[in-house]
Structures are given as C-alpha cells and as structure tokens.
Design a protein around this ligand. Sequence first.
Ligand code: MRU
Length: 359
Amino acid sequence: MSARISTLAWQKNAVHLLDQKVLPAEVRTLICTRYEEVLAAIKDLTVRGAPAIGVAAAMGIALGALALPADSSEEFQKGFDALCDQFAAARPTARNLFWAIERMKGCFAENFRPAESVGSIAGETAKVRQALVVEAQRMAEEDVAINRRIGQQGQILIRDGARILTHCNAGALATAGYGTALGVIRAARDAGKQIQVFADETRPVLQGARLTAWELQQENIPVTLITDNMAGFLMKQGRIDCVLVGADRIAANGDTANKIGTYSLAVLASAHQIPFYIAAPLSTIDRQLSSGAEIPIEERPDEEVLAIQGVRIAPVGVAVYNPAFDVTPGCYISAIITEAGIAQFPYESFLEKLFSEKS
Ligand code: MRU
C-alpha cells in the first residue's frame, strides 16, 4: 500500500529523496551524496512535512558526519556541532526537526569517546559515524511504526461513510511512510470503512492539490479536490463530517501550528459543530512551550505567493506576506491523536499523561 511511496531512504551512503517539488507531474528521486544537498532539499521543500523533515535532517547529519575531518577529537566534535547547527536553521516551525537533531546529538554523545592519542582517533570516529548512520535509519523505521499506531488510535474516531476534509499533506509524503492524518484515513479504510476525502488545494505551495490528491489516488482512496475558500460552503451544505490534519508543532496546552489555513478551518468547523482532529506523533509536541504564542512561525519567500508553479499571477512591486503556518488554539481542537493515545481538551494534563505512559 503506502509502501509504494518511498519518501526518503538511506542507500549506499546517499540520501534518496522523492522530489516533492515536481510531483505529480514527475515522479523523480533526488540522490544526495553530500549533506549540503539534503539541507537545500529541506529548505526548498523537495522534502517537507514535519516528520519527514526530521528524518531527512537525521540522514543529512549522518551523511555530513561521514565526511567530517577528524585530525583531532576537538575538530570532529566541532564539525559535528556545526553540522547540527546548519540543519537547525533550515526550517524554524517543524518541531520534529529539532527533536531529530537532539536525538542525533544524543547518539553522538553516547558513542564518542574523545581519543587520547592521534592513533586511536580514526577507530573512534569510524564507530561514531557508523552509529549515526544506524540511528538515522532507525528513526525512519520508527516513524513508520509510530504512524501506523496513530492510524490505529485515530481510525476509531472515523465512522463508516465519513467525509473527511484535510489540508496540506500529512501523508506518507510528509513522513517516512504511512502518514499521520492520512495514516488515520488509511487505517480507517483498512478497517473496512468507506471514506471520502476532500483535499484543500493549500495555497501557496499547493501541497493538497499536488501531493495529497496524488498520494490518495495512488491507493484508490476517493478524493475530491477543492480550493481553500470552498471549505466553509461545503460545511454549510452538510458535506463534511470531520476535519483531520497534521501538525508542525504542538504546545503543552494543545495549541497547534500547522499549514497556513488550518486555523480558519478550525474556526469554521467550530461554527458548524464539526469535529476538528489533529494527528501527530509525540515528537511533534514541544513541552517547553506553554502556549502557541511561543511557536516560531516560518515566513517563506514572496515568490511562493506571487506565482503559481512558476507562473506569475500578481503585479510587479506588490507587497507580500507569506507565513507558512498558523496556530490553532487548543479550544478549537476536538482531539489530538498520537501513537500513545487520544488527548482531549484541556490538553496539558492529557498530553502529560500520554508522555508518562509512554516512558
Ligand atoms: O510546509 P510544509 O509542506 O512542510 O508543511 C507541512 C504541514 O503543514 C503538515 O501538515 C505537517 O508538517 C504535518 S506532516 C505529517
């Protein structure tokens, strides 16, 4: 099923990324043999979606570590830290990016014993480099398993015949495989339920039109594409049973940053008394942030708004504002579906409980 979509993979000391910039017109894989290529791919959305960004960064760091000079322990350590810093600056909102970097740092610290003598440095660094490669691959495997658990947890909320509105792409393409919001949809379908998906096109970069529509078509899950401004009308017509989206970062109180436009959908869903669900792994939850006001929101280049797929649509010189994400207050969210269980408002205590049950 979703195994057919290979979003990212480590193969023979190279990172293979399905190029999401050119989908669905072309299905092309970018093969990165240098960490700088992975870094650029994260920045330009060749690979995107919070969990996929995290795993890609881990693989990029592993790739960079393979080539780090190591004439001394200090040089190796410094090079590794600089590598992590570069990835941390790639995209500010996706929590999984920072979570993945912390995990790679933990792996480095666990395996690196600064060598006393120059003679033993090569052996020491070889061991660390290998451990980082293994850790990045493990993270990819774990991500798929976590998404399957999210799917199992979440599909209980989806009734047979449900008509689900989704925004952006929180599918196999946004993760190492299976997806979060689309993982719930996959699990519901696999449980024998008839599902109809409405996909918002998701301006400015059209992740819904280009990626979600393509991904669901690959699996014959019925999908109808709508423009972003149609959602309210469909809700009014009684054609939407629930809204189901992913998340880029969730604060301790449940406030959730996700693709721009998500907040508007949550308010609309509330006005129409339609359940609004977030599906995300625990690694997307930032327990350090007490509310969504503290979540850094990425602003992206003007060109994304000024043009559609490279074709300019606005007059030269017009001012542009292009926040990539917005924050939906927890009070608008009916449930947050994680691999450890389902949390409901008020989120602080629910989410803490899920974390404690997991550990
Ligand atoms: O800018 P993008 O395409 O990386 O934004 C992606 C989203 O907003 C997704 O909904 C989110 O990362 C969850 S992906 C499982």
